[in-house]
Design a protein around this ligand. Structure first.
Ligand SMILES: C[S@@+](CC[C@H](N)C(=O)[O-])C[C@H]1O[C@@H](n2cnc3c(N)ncnc32)[C@H](O)[C@@H]1O
Length: 429
């Protein structure tokens, strides 16, 4: 069990005090901006506490798993979730567990390490362990959000002088008149390692005059920007953006926060390339994939199919058409995206004609990556929007990719969905 992790469980009142004290939503708004129009993402929030960040994201339509070591914090989160509409409640799962144990669930699109959670951890090893666990919990091309106070350089004297007392969290009065008083006494500080130890005391003054005193030891390692950047890189992330505040201003050494938005790289997992009609191997894979796709959607083998495939290959010579092939580590073709710049219906938009991921390669983040890549290529050609038609059953996948229903119904009850085209970030491959 991590050294600090019981501090939120000293008294059930701590959770109530937390919700009175922490009412800001600037980090939630920042996350919403980073997520953009995508919906239905699977999100993991270790150190979720009473659900301040997790609940609004569930209300946005995402599926959330929260993990926290403090039963009291989770009990309050559960009570708050129980007051949400039934469909939102069903999208939230809360697990009581020590995040430093490393056995996080997997298969997520986003891991949130928010709310200063690295200040809950006692050492750089525990902090780096969380980055490693986030990497393991994410699908390829999933994101991690790491958001902490920025404390670079030597620790302030108020932290380092032994015996120095400071008053702090959770010093406040609850609505029923119960007064909480928290203070810490510096024990020792390893300045070069930036490790600080303190004796923390929380005194609860009940309205009837009773007093409870809780004491515990705490150790912190105020994390540096360079450390987080290094761990992200070491554990397979590409840092896409860094911020110095929740308003989205860029990180700078004198900023008060160090916030990272990083993507799990897919180097080695998948390779995406444009089909080259001159390469027999590409043509063979194109035909095999396309035929599998046709069988799945109920189109049987025929000479019409042969003619259609031949015409697709021929039309790829046109400059505004692409056929992307995705291959796995062994070089097997496992997915494709076929799209063009629309010259007929939504003139100047990208039009995603056909899209397929082999069933055994689904739920690994590849489909989302291929869509991102396709829209990115269109954005490079100054295409701002893309559209497609889909059957309603696949709508969830497209919402995850940022597509929204336009409300129009195409032939065969196909729904029309559209999205903005974002440039490909260099970390996408
Ligand atoms: C400052 S609160 C943040 C809560 C929430 N993320 C927010 O921003 O509102 C920190 C939370 O981390 C939890 N915590 C501390 N150490 C932990 C550990 N080792 N494993 C899991 N949770 C831990 C505490 O119980 C507490 O609920």
């Amino acid at each position: 069990m991590a050294l600090n992790s019981r501090s939120y469980d000293l008294s059930p009142l701590i959770a109530e005090a937390y919700d009175l004290h922490e009412t800001h939503t600037t980090d939630v708004e920042m996350l919403r901006r980073l997520i953009g129009p995508r919906r239905g993402l699977r999100i993991l929030e270790p150190f979720c506490g009473t659900g301040r960040i997790l609940m609004p994201l569930a209300e946005d339509g995402h599926t959330l798993v929260g993990l926290d070591a403090a039963g009291g914090m989770l009990a309050r989160a559960r009570a708050k979730v129980a007051a949400l509409p039934g469909d939102v409640q069903r999208r939230v799962k809360l697990i009581e567990a020590d995040a430093t144990a490393g056995d996080w669930p997997g298969g997520f699109d986003l891991v949130i390490l928010g709310g200063n959670c690295f200040y809950e951890l006692a050492s750089p090893e525990e902090q780096e362990g969380c980055i490693a666990s986030a990497s393991a919990a994410l699908l390829p091309a999933g994101h991690v959000f790491v958001d902490n106070d920025h404390m670079e350089g030597p620790l302030p004297e108020s932290w380092t002088r032994p015996g120095r007392h400071r008053t702090g969290w959770p010093s406040l009065t609850l609505p029923d008149g119960t007064r909480l008083e928290g203070y810490s006494e510096n024990l020792d500080c390893d300045a070069p390692a930036r490790i600080w130890r303190a004796r923390r005391t929380v005194v609860v003054h009940h309205p009837d005059g009773r007093t409870d005193t809780h004491e515990y030891l705490e150790q912190k390692h105020p994390v540096s920007f360079a450390e987080v950047a290094g761990w992200l890189t070491r554990h397979g992330f590409a840092i896409e953006q860094t911020f110095g505040g929740h308003d989205g201003r860029p990180y700078a050494p004198d900023e008060s926060r160090a916030t990272f938005w990083a993507k799990k790289t897919v180097a080695g997992e998948f390779r995406i390339s444009s089909l080259d009609p001159g390469r027999p191997e590409d043509v063979r894979d194109f035909q095999a994939l396309f035929r599998s796709y046709h069988r799945e959607i109920g189109v049987g083998p025929s000479t019409d199919e042969d003619d259609y495939l031949a015409s697709v290959l021929k039309r790829l010579a046109e400059s505004d058409r692409w056929f992307l092939l995705a291959r796995d580590r062994s070089g097997n073709a496992i997915a494709f995206a076929y799209f063009k710049i629309d010259r007929d219906e939504r003139v100047g938009w990208g039009y995603l004609l056909e899209f397929f991921v082999r069933p055994e390669s689904r739920h690994r983040g590849l489909g989302r990556l291929l869509v991102e890549f396709s829209c990115g290529l269109l954005a490079e050609r100054n295409v701002r929007r893309a559209w497609l038609t889909t059957n309603p059953a696949a709508g969830g996948f497209w919402r995850k990719c940022g597509f929204q229903a336009t409300g129009e119904i195409h032939v065969n009850a196909q729904r029309i969905m559209a999205a903005d085209c974002q440039p490909i970030h260099s970390s996408a491959t």
